[in-house]
Design a binder for this molecule. Structure first.
Ligand code: SAM
Length: 381
């Protein structure tokens, strides 16, 4: 016996009206975006309609541009879902249909609209952990089916939920893993980063700054990275800026493991010296050694500013000072910071004239508060 055919309602317009018809149908929520459009006779293109769209409603929607639509019932092919947001919504819906009758609507209305990807690790936003319907999923015996559905939708290997960066010295990551391993390895702008996302932070929001620093020529320079982490700046400075040598200060053993693995993967191991422990100690052993010192700690790297200027070579060099500053205070902060470094240069007879050369606004850290980087040049007079 013949199988029932997969028939659906379509509306066809002339090909040259296709684009506007598609936009209007989508805008009026009449387009069935699970199905593909089709070509029909006489150079017409037919768009799939949702089952509840009446002919009167479709005609009214297209009337504004004077089209003469023709209605069809056609056999339709399911369109592969290209939009990851829709794939994610489908995955959540499918799990909810099987396992969550009571919280079905809450789950569907709280499907995440954004997530972070670190290689194969997908990190869902932190606020999910506060939503009762998602807490129920996490405690459900079949939760793994949900995580696998999400990973399939977002093409990932492992899944976690973001949590705020810990306010400790290590700036530890507080990712809560839901499925798979927290070890990540990924390529960003030609550099391989390797680390355990459950143990160390990686600020994807600093991508523009990583690229800006990597675009500065440091050929032949000896550079200090006072807060190296897993190599967010150390690796671009070695690989792209062509620094001759980087002294990387880092206190967190988990970050050092990532930094060393990253240096090996990027074949820059011989150009890197890792100083494990407190940079108050390691910077004091690097006096007069550097052409440049990178000070990448938030909210502020102030405790090592004096040591950083003393670490520059006698002919001078550059300092890159990260800080969280209220937007309206940025100009006065720049001047005050320059003055403080100038005072240390004078106090220690370094013979430098300190100049503000550039202020980079990296990202909003909080309302009215910017993460900025001040580039200071210390020139020998
Ligand atoms: C904010 S993370 C680095 C982040 C990176 N610069 C970025 O913007 O993505 C700061 C790093 O500094 C390290 N750190 C903090 N205090 C330190 C200290 N006193 N001595 C050495 N390393 C320190 C932390 O362990 C952490 O890996």
């Amino acid at each position: 016996m013949e199988q029932p055919r997969n028939l659906h309602p379509f509306v066809a317009v002339h090909r040259h009206e296709g684009e506007i018809a598609h936009a209007l149908l989508k805008q009026h929520l009449m387009l069935n975006s699970d199905l593909s459009p089709q070509e029909v006779e006489n150079g017409k293109v037919a768009f799939p309609l949702i089952e509840t769209a009446t002919q009167d409603a479709v005609e009214a929607c297209l009337q504004s541009v004077d089209m003469s639509p023709i209605f069809y019932t056609l056999e339709a092919s399911i369109q592969p879902l290209v939009d990851p947001h829709r794939r994610l919504a489908k995955a959540v819906e499918s799990w909810a249909n099987h396992h969550a009758a009571a919280t079905h609507a809450d789950l569907l209305s709280s499907v995440p609209s954004k997530w972070e990807r670190l290689g194969g690790l997908i990190l869902l936003p932190a606020d999910l952990s506060e939503q009762p319907s998602w807490l129920e999923v996490m405690n459900h015996p079949q939760c793994e089916d949900m995580w696998l559905g999400i990973l399939d939708a977002l093409k990932g290997d492992s899944l976690g939920i973001q949590a705020p960066i810990a306010n400790d010295t290590f700036r530890s990551s507080q990712v809560n893993m839901l499925y798979g391993s927290s070890e990540v390895r990924f390529l960003d702008h030609g550099i391989t980063y390797i680390f355990d996302a459950a143990k160390v932070m990686f600020s994807s929001g600093n991508v523009t700054e990583r690229r800006r620093i990597g675009a500065i020529s440091m050929e032949g320079e000896t550079v200090i990275d006072a807060y190296a982490g897993v190599g967010y700046y150390t690796l671009p400075m070695l690989v792209h800026s062509q620094a001759a040598h980087v002294h990387a200060c880092e206190i967190n053993p988990a970050s050092i493991a990532g930094l060393q693995a990253g240096a090996a993967a990027n074949k820059v191991r011989e150009c890197l010296t890792v100083h494990e422990g407190d940079n108050q100690v390691s910077l004091a052993s690097l006096v007069g050694m550097a052409d440049r010192c990178h000070l990448g700690l938030l909210p502020s790297s102030e405790p090592v500013w004096e040591l950083a200027i003393k670490a520059l070579k006698s002919q001078g060099g550059w300092l890159h000072v990260h800080m969280n500053v209220e937007e309206e205070r940025i100009p006065s902060w720049m001047e005050a910071t320059r003055n403080r470094f100038q005072a240390w240069a004078d106090q220690h007879d370094l013979g430098f004239e300190v100049h503000n050369r550039h202020l980079e606004r990296v990202k909003w850290f909080a309302p009215f508060v910017r993460h900025v980087v001040l580039d200071l040049e210390c020139r020998r007079v």
